[in-house]
Write a protein that binds this ligand. Structure first.
Ligand SMILES: *[C@@H]1O[C@H](CO)[C@@H](O)[C@H](O)[C@H]1NC(C)=O
Ligand SMILES: *[C@@H]1O[C@H](CO)[C@@H](O)[C@H](O)[C@H]1NC(C)=O
Ligand SMILES: *[C@@H]1O[C@H](CO)[C@@H](O)[C@H](O)[C@H]1NC(C)=O
Ligand SMILES: *[C@@H]1O[C@H](CO)[C@@H](O)[C@H](O)[C@H]1NC(C)=O
Length: 174
């Protein structure tokens, strides 16, 4: 199944409503110097009881609005390899900032503007909604491949990935 519009994007995000995502590793694997001077994505932690923080840094050369599209491809870790799943998300930057409470909400909370003028951005110590939830039961591991493109030319701007564990939130007994 190809998820190619906002309605289905929100539906796929409701997936995260009962699942918590714990980031593990992340990195940028490609940067198009025509669009970005520099870009970094990494996970950090401060001690054993600290949550896993997502950190994003970059210098962009143009204004970013809906003329930038973010593509997310979800992989599931099965039998010692990452296999592409049916979940795929394609959303324009400002639309994401306005409509998506998870990634858009996380970026907005840390000051990412929309539109984003050219310049340097450092978004540090970010966490996804639902972190620190107690009584977790791990169910699976996964990887998300991220690609940013120029919406109209589809030219690649950046490629990155993040690996994560997905855990279910404990259900309350009635
Ligand atoms: C992240 O990517 C950079 C550049 O591609 C590489 O030098 C570095 O070793 C990578 N770091 C990790 C933790 O994979
Ligand atoms: C996106 O659109 C803005 C406003 O029209 C423009 O200034 C900017 O250069 C565009 N960005 C890219 C990456 O093409
Ligand atoms: C990130 O969190 C750690 C631990 O709470 C803190 O020491 C550090 O100053 C924070 N960094 C930023 C940039 O907020
Ligand atoms: C993005 O693609 C459009 C359409 O090809 C082009 O006009 C625009 O210049 C591109 N943006 C940049 C920053 O190259």
């Amino acid at each position: 199944m190809r998820v190619a519009n906002v309605g289905i994007f929100l539906l796929s995000l409701s997936f995260f409503h009962c699942l918590q995502l714990i980031p593990e590793r992340a990195n940028v694997t490609y940067i198009n110097k025509k669009y970005m001077e520099y870009g970094r994505l990494y996970i950090s932690r401060y001690g054993r009881k600290s949550p896993y923080y997502i950190n994003l840094e970059g210098i962009i050369k143009h204004t970013w609005a809906d003329n930038i599209t973010m593509h997310l491809i979800f992989y599931e870790y099965l039998h010692n390899e990452y296999r592409r799943s049916f979940v795929e998300v394609h959303i324009m930057y400002c639309k994401m900032m306005k409509t998506d409470p998870y990634i858009g909400g996380m970026l907005a909370k840390h000051g990412a503007p929309c539109p984003a003028p050219p310049g340097e951005y450092k978004l540090q110590n970010m966490t996804l909604q639902g972190d620190n939830f107690p009584n977790l039961f791990p169910i699976s591991k996964g990887k998300i491949e991220v690609e940013l493109t120029n919406t109209s030319s589809t030219e690649t701007i950046l490629k990155a990935y993040a690996t994560a564990s997905f855990v279910t939130k404990a259900k309350k007994k009635i």
